[in-house]
Structures are given as C-alpha cells and as structure tokens.
Design a protein around this ligand. Structure first.
Ligand SMILES: Cc1cc2nc3c(=O)[nH]c(=O)nc-3n(C[C@H](O)[C@H](O)[C@H](O)COP(=O)(O)OP(=O)(O)OC[C@H]3O[C@@H](n4cnc5c(N)ncnc54)[C@H](O)[C@@H]3O)c2cc1C
Length: 419
C-alpha cells in the first residue's frame, strides 16, 4: 500500500472516467451523421440539398437529447468506473490519528459487485475501493474491514480503518468528515487472489504495519473460512498502544536499555480473549480469534514500547507452517505459483481461472504477505518496483530475502506478496 503507489493509482484510475466522458461527447450517432453529410454535399443533389440540413439538424438535436438523457444521470450504485454516493453512518476514533467509520449506500443495490452472486458472502479474498476528494479531484484506495459476526453485508454497508497521514490530502479529508456526511467511492478493485495462490497449502503469515491490518483481516477470514486446516499468523506492528487498547491499556513499564538489547525486552503482545479494553479494530480481531481459535495467531509489536518484529519472530511464524509432507513444485511461468513470475505482477489482478495454474494437482504455496507503508514493506520484503507506469512486486529483499538466503527451502515453499 505505497503512498506513491496510491498517488499514481489515483492519477491513472482517475483518468478512466474522464476518457470515457470524452468519448461519450461524440456519440456514434453524431459521428455517423456528420460523415453522411460530407458525402452528400460532394454529390450536390438538388432535392437533398434542401432536406438534408433539416434532417441533419433534427438528427443532431435528437442525438444530443438522447445522449443528454442517458449520460446526465450519473450511476448511483457501486461500480468500478464512476463514483457512487454513500453516507457516513458511524465513526469511532481509535487514536488521535486513526479512526474506524462505516458508510452505507444512498441507493439500494440488489446485486452488489463484491458479493458472490446469490449469496451474502464476499466474492474476493482481498479487495479495495477508491474514495474521491471532490474539492481537489483525487482518489485513494481503502480496504473494507470484513463484516462483523452476525452482520449482513448485503445491505451494502462497508467499514474502514483509516489513518490521517501527516500532510496527506485524502486521509485528512476523510478524518474531518462526521456522521451524516456524504462520500463517493468506486470499485471493487481486486487484489491478489490469495486463495488460488495458496492452493493446497495451508499457512499464511501476514506482517501488517498500522492500517495494513485491514487486508490481513480480509485474507485471514477468507483463508480460514475456506479450509478448516488452514492456519494464519497475523503479526501487527503499531506505533502506539492506543491502536490496540483504549486509554493506553494497562500501564506498562518501558524497558530499560539493557532489556531492549536482550530478547526479554522485546515482549510482543498476544492478542487473545484476555485482551482488556480493546480498540475497535482489536475488538474485531479478538472476535475473529474466538471464532477461529488456535488456527489464528495474532501478535502485536508496539513502536512506542520498543517492541518490534525481528527475523526470529518471522522465522518462528514461518516454521510453524503446516507442510503435511507436501513438497510443492511450481512449474516455471505459472502465473500463480512461480515466484519469478510474481516479480512482475501488479498488486491488482483479475481473479484466477483454472487455466492460470500449470503446476498440476496439489499445487500451492504458503504465503508470506507484507502490508503497510512503503518503508515498512521495503524493510521486511524489499521495495516494490515501477515498470511501464505501473507498480510491480519486484524481487524479494529485506528481512524476507535474508530468511530465504538462510533457508533455501523457504523460497520453494513460500510466496512473498507485497501490498
Ligand atoms: C490497495 C490499497 C489499500 C489501502 N487501504 C488503506 C486503508 O484501509 N486504510 C488507510 O488508512 N490507508 C489505506 N491505503 C493508503 C491510502 O490509499 C492512502 O495512500 C493514504 O491514506 C494516504 O493518502 P493521502 O492522500 O492522505 O496522502 P498523500 O497526499 O497521498 O501523501 C502524503 C504523504 O504521506 C506519505 N504516505 C502515504 N501513505 C502513507 C502511509 N500509509 N504511511 C506513511 N506515509 C504515507 C506519502 O508518501 C506522502 O509523502 C491503501 C492503499 C492502497 C494502494
């Protein structure tokens, strides 16, 4: 989820409707009539020369009327090309810089594009929508949090966890809006097809920085609902305890310098049913933990308390992977499972079809996913790259790269995805 990526995405995707709007100002009927007129005048037929201007005027007026009546009414339901209106229906502060808010569509949509047809289940394991800032005409991506237990997603409401970034245009705009304000969004924009990539394998380790936990929650829910043997580890890195617990949670002594350098000083928080005073996001994580039990393991590192995820934590999470004696082999060039093909993959992709995997029965790779600000992703998995104006995965580097060099089997059994 890079800042620069978001800016370029905004610029690129923002162009799409504009291009469409321009094409639509010259509807086929008008282009057709103008061409006929030019051909007719060169023949200078005496009868047609009187009637033709009337016909042309009528055609242009008629065409304009039809065009105006069809294009002046903007789409009101969520779609990937045009922004549809929603209203903020709830808002909860998480910390001074972050909040969770819910939006509801202004018009009922009986076939929401992100639900599997005829169901009230999400169709994609990982997806986002774009919000627009109407005053400065920019758009940015945000990731819906999965529905809460007992919530019916078919009413079209969506919830988001957003942080206002210093100097950030869109995130500050959103942070100023209150219940009852209108917002405009378009989507869904589909991310990695994690279920197809995981295939027959069972383990996902998701390292999330800040609001990067939103895609982690999407992926965990999709993977754990898909297979009762699947296991997900979420390693959530946050700056302040407020992201996790209201009122800063229980008082915690800062580790002294000597503790900081020893492993004891780096005590991660286990997010489980014991967690007191959870923040709105932690409340949902806690509920997920009680639904999935041991299959979901959530640990939290807090910057302010000098705890952080080190190579050993990643190694532990990875080595608890459920291999089940399967040694997956990826066919070179397989779009889903060949890690060298992944280097060139963008973060947004069309959902996989049966033809996308050439590896045969039992194919799949465990997934190590890193999501968060640019620097976070680069530190743990190497920076994303730019190719032909689009952001691609690039080679695996950072801490994940070091692990792969130490344990070459990791490179065969795991795919590293950067969000
Ligand atoms: C697929 C996708 C899903 C996303 N989902 C979410 C989400 O659920 N919640 C959420 O809060 N954000 C999410 N983002 C990030 C979001 O799209 C914006 O990039 C972010 O809100 C900043 O936008 P802005 O207009 O406020 O800042 P800008 O005006 O674009 O940038 C201001 C400055 O902040 C830097 N910056 C941008 N993002 C970050 C960051 N995360 N941390 C630190 N510095 C940053 C930029 O490099 C720039 O220097 C997602 C991004 C993508 C691509």
């Amino acid at each position: 989820m890079s800042g620069r990526g978001a800016v370029l995405w905004a610029a690129r995707l923002h162009k799409a409707p504009l291009t469409k709007a321009i094409t639509r100002t010259a509807p086929p009927s008008i282009q057709c009539c103008s061409r006929q007129y030019a051909t007719a005048t060169t023949k200078s037929h005496p009868k047609r020369s009187k009637t033709l201007p009337i016909l042309i005027t009528t055609a242009i007026l008629g065409g304009s009327l039809i065009y105006y009546s069809t294009t002046s009414s903007k789409p009101t339901l969520l779609n990937a090309d045009y922004f549809a209106p929603y209203t903020i229906t709830s808002r909860e502060a998480v910390s001074p810089t972050s909040f969770v808010f819910t939006i509801s569509p202004q018009h009922h949509n009986p076939s929401l594009p992100y639900l599997a047809p005829g169901t009230s289940s999400w169709r994609y394991p990982q997806w986002s929508v774009e919000f627009k800032q109407p005053q400065v005409q920019i758009a940015r991506h945000y990731t819906p949090l999965p529905p809460l237990e007992g919530e019916d997603p078919s009413d079209g409401s969506l919830r988001f966890y957003v942080r206002a970034i210093g100097g950030g245009e869109m995130s500050h705009y959103l942070s100023r809006l209150r219940i009852g304000h209108d917002v405009w969004l378009r989507g869904p924009h589909v991310g990695f097809d994690v279920l197809a990539r995981l295939g027959s394998m069972k383990k996902v380790v998701f390292l999330a920085g800040g609001t990067g936990v939103a895609p982690a929650m999407q992926v965990a829910q999709a993977v754990l609902d898909q297979s009762s043997e699947a296991q997900v580890d979420i390693l959530w890195a946050i700056r302040k305890r407020q992201e996790l617990q209201r009122g800063n949670g229980p008082a915690r002594k800062r580790p002294s310098w000597w503790q900081f350098w020893s492993t004891d000083g780096n005590q991660l928080v286990e997010l489980d049913s014991q967690l007191q005073d959870p923040s709105p996001v932690a409340r949902q994580l806690k509920a997920m933990k009680s639904t999935y039990g041991k299959r979901l393991h959530i640990q939290v590192a807090i910057d302010d308390e000098q705890t952080q995820f080190r190579e050993s934590h990643l190694q532990n999470a990875i080595s608890s992977g459920n291999r089940q004696g399967v040694s997956p082999v990826a066919t070179p060039g397989c779009r889903l499972h060949d890690s060298s093909a992944l280097k060139l993959a963008p973060e947004f992709e069309t959902p996989a079809t049966a033809d996308d995997c050439k590896c045969g029965a039992g194919a799949g790779k465990n997934l190590f996913v890193v999501s968060g600000p640019d620097g976070f992703v680069a530190h743990y998995s190497g920076p994303k790259r730019w190719l032909g104006g689009q952001q691609i995965q690039g080679p695996v580097g950072g801490v994940a790269g070091q692990l792969q060099r130490k344990y070459p089997s990791l490179a065969n059994e795991w795919l590293v995805l950067k969000l």
